[in-house]
Design a protein around this ligand. Structure first.
Ligand code: HEM
Length: 194
């Protein structure tokens, strides 16, 4: 999924190259990744209700589900917290980009773990709450791709202030991400409350 090169050492500047691929290749890769995510999502929604597992496997899957939630959502909260620190001018842009670049992998690992373990938990895809949750999961994943692209664009402004359009897109992406994660978490909790 990640097309990014490793983050540079601390003493080297953060450039667009470190946030991902070159600009010319970014769009087709983004579209392919979005299509791949949607295909995986449809496959899981289609097949998960038909997967039957023993009570022990269900318990183990629930543990993995919660562990993946800690990893994925924990990384998202840390990234958004650092973004807020940057907006309050308590953190510089290269440091923000370097740190969030490294945390991105954790978000994708957490999300993949949630989807894989969630598929073993017997979701009732006819229930409205479950549908809301699955829509939130797709939104979170697609929004995550947009965040990767934004990071790429922001990396061009380490020496100057980014234009307000990029800042507004970053704020909107962070809001969408928080809304999606909290919705999925709340719906997951509510659906276990009998
Ligand atoms: C961002 C993604 C997700 C988050 C934040 C999330 C969060 C949660 C939470 C907090 C619970 C409650 C656990 C408990 O109270 O014991 C839960 C349960 C559940 N989740 Fe998820 N989940 C996510 C993705 C998914 C996906 C993609 C599926 C299905 C494919 C899924 C299926 C389920 C099911 C079926 C349960 C009920 C488990 C049970 O107690 O039997 N989840 N989820």
């Amino acid at each position: 999924m990640s097309t990014a090169t490793p983050a540079p050492p601390e003493d080297q500047p953060y450039t667009p190259r470190h946030a991902g691929v070159t600009l010319g290749r970014a769009r087709p890769i983004f579209l392919r990744a979005a299509a791949a995510i949607t295909v995986v999502w449809v496959a899981v929604v289609w097949t998960a209700p038909h997967i039957e597992v023993s009570a022990e496997v269900h318990r183990l899957a629930l543990f993995c589900h919660l562990a993946a939630l800690v990893v994925g959502f924990g990384a998202v909260l840390a990234m958004d917290w650092l973004g807020l620190q940057w907006m309050l001018r308590r953190l510089d842009l290269p440091t923000l980009l370097r740190t969030t670049h490294n945390a991105h992998l954790l978000v994708w690992l957490g999300l993949a773990g949630l989807v894989a373990s969630g598929a073993l938990l017997g979701p009732d895809t006819d229930a409205t709450l479950t549908r809301v949750k699955l829509a939130a999961v797709l939104a979170v994943a697609l929004n995550g791709l947009c965040v990767g692209r934004l990071q790429h664009r922001l990396a061009a402004y380490t020496e100057s202030r980014p234009p307000w359009t990029v800042l507004a897109a970053g704020g909107l992406a962070a809001l969408l991400s928080q809304a999606g994660w909290w919705t999925a978490t709340a719906v997951g909790f509510l659906s276990t409350q009998g």
